[in-house]
Design a binder for this molecule. Structure first.
Ligand SMILES: [Zn+2]
Length: 168
């Protein structure tokens, strides 16, 4: 989000040169720059020892397509802690291992997605109320249930990483 007014005092911001960053909204009253802000989210592909992965349906996203577990990071939390927390909250699973898969810009939500691959032993899922459904699916069969691949589709990018590592 690009600021027009100072979030602290409400003064209208002026453009002021900020070194290499160029013209940046600036509050003359508070004497500070307000750089654009965005959200940080995690998205986690959860896999078990049989190379099955969890596909979940979130009612607010789509009834047709399934995706991986995702959620907003909280202030003070690391991306790794957020990934473990979301998987615990939404599926009732604690992860044995967590690998970073990369970051993906999701312009529609003004969010930077931090992708992870999480590993756990196969066990029953305890779904939170946020999920319409979630199940273990053989990794090779997952794409037909997922959102079509497109630029900025973090789930597809994490999935490709996972498949590459399997065949490496
Ligand atoms: Zn101000």
């Amino acid at each position: 989000m690009k600021y027009s007014y100072c979030p602290v005092c409400g003064t209208i911001l002026v453009d002021k040169a900020a070194g290499d960053d160029g013209l940046t909204p600036y509050c003359e009253h508070c004497d500070r720059y307000w750089f654009p802000t965005f959200s940080d989210c995690v998205i986690v592909l959860v896999a078990n020892e049989y190379n099955e992965i969890v596909l979940a349906k979130m009612p607010y996203l789509s009834h047709r397509y399934a995706s991986f577990i995702s959620g907003y990071m909280q202030p003070g939390e690391s991306a790794e802690a957020a990934a473990k927390r979301e998987v615990q909250e939404e599926l009732g699973l604690s992860l044995n291992r967590l690998e970073y898969s990369g970051t993906y810009w999701f312009g529609k939500n003004n969010a930077l997605m931090h992708g992870f691959i999480g590993k756990t032993a196969k066990q029953n899922l305890k779904l939170s109320d946020e999920l319409a459904s979630a199940e273990w699916i053989a990794a090779g069969k997952a794409p037909q249930f997922m959102f079509p691949d497109s630029p900025g589709n973090a789930a597809s990018a994490v999935y490709r990483n996972f498949i590459q590592k399997l065949s490496a």
